[in-house]
Design a protein around this ligand. Structure first.
Ligand code: GRF
Length: 206
């Protein structure tokens, strides 16, 4: 990639922002040759806002509460297009992405989910794994399609479940793996090493 035309990334987040930090740290270390051009949040009280500001990243709040269906997505698309964003990264973004946004960024939106998909989609995946009695939990980075946690899988990491695990202890161990595979997936995208064949994401050199 030529100097000066770094890929522009946007992160969409609603919470504490530890995956945002992991990805930004990987950029600061020089592992990912890209820049986070904007953090968009739908929650004015999200912890991630302060973190992004400290890191001098543009923060845009589009409050989703009370907006008619599709309106958040249309506003986000406007903002993302205006900034020339090449990849949208959902990191603890607590909203189902609507069609306007998916159509504007086909196979250019990634999400991380704290389970080994296709198991335990949706909310409270770690609790679902524990209640089901799964022996292996984990995390998955996937492209976003119109379903909930159904898009093509990019990377996964397994985490063994211990007999005495609580939702908190399991979530903490899964999160440590999330912080490794999410930056790795973003790096692969930025280096144009991901190729889609139906549901299969093929990785150059792997
Ligand atoms: C993570 O567990 C991620 O898998 C899920 O939401 C959580 C976000 O955590 N999608 P953080 O805000 O990145 O710390």
């Amino acid at each position: 990639m030529k100097e000066g035309i770094k890929k522009k990334l946007a992160v969409l987040a609603s919470g504490r922002g530890s995956n945002f930090v992991a990805i930004h740290d990987a950029i600061l270390r020089g592992d990912i040759d890209a820049e986070i051009a904007v953090l968009i949040t739908n929650k004015p009280s999200a912890g991630v806002i302060g973190i992004a500001k400290e890191r001098n990243i543009d923060v845009q709040v589009i409050e989703s509460k009370g907006l008619p269906a599709g309106e958040f997505d249309r506003k986000a698309v406007e903002l993302l297009n205006a900034r020339g964003i090449g990849l949208v990264i959902l990191a603890g973004f607590m909203r189902i992405v609507g069609k306007p946004l998916i159509d504007a960024f086909p196979l250019k939106i990634m999400n991380i989910h704290p389970s080994l998909l296709p198991a335990f989609k949706g909310l409270d995946a770690q609790r679902q794994a524990l209640e089901y009695g799964a022996k292996l939990a984990g995390c998955s980075v996937h492209f976003v399609d119109e379903g909930v946690d159904t898009g093509p899988i990019i990377l996964q990491r397994a985490v063994p479940v211990a007999g005495n695990d609580t939702v908190d202890t399991l979530s903490t161990r899964i999160l440590a793996e999330e912080h490794l595979i999410y930056p790795e997936a973003v790096k692969l995208f930025v280096e144009e090493r991901l190729h889609i064949d139906g549901r299969n994401v093929l990785i150059d050199g792997k």
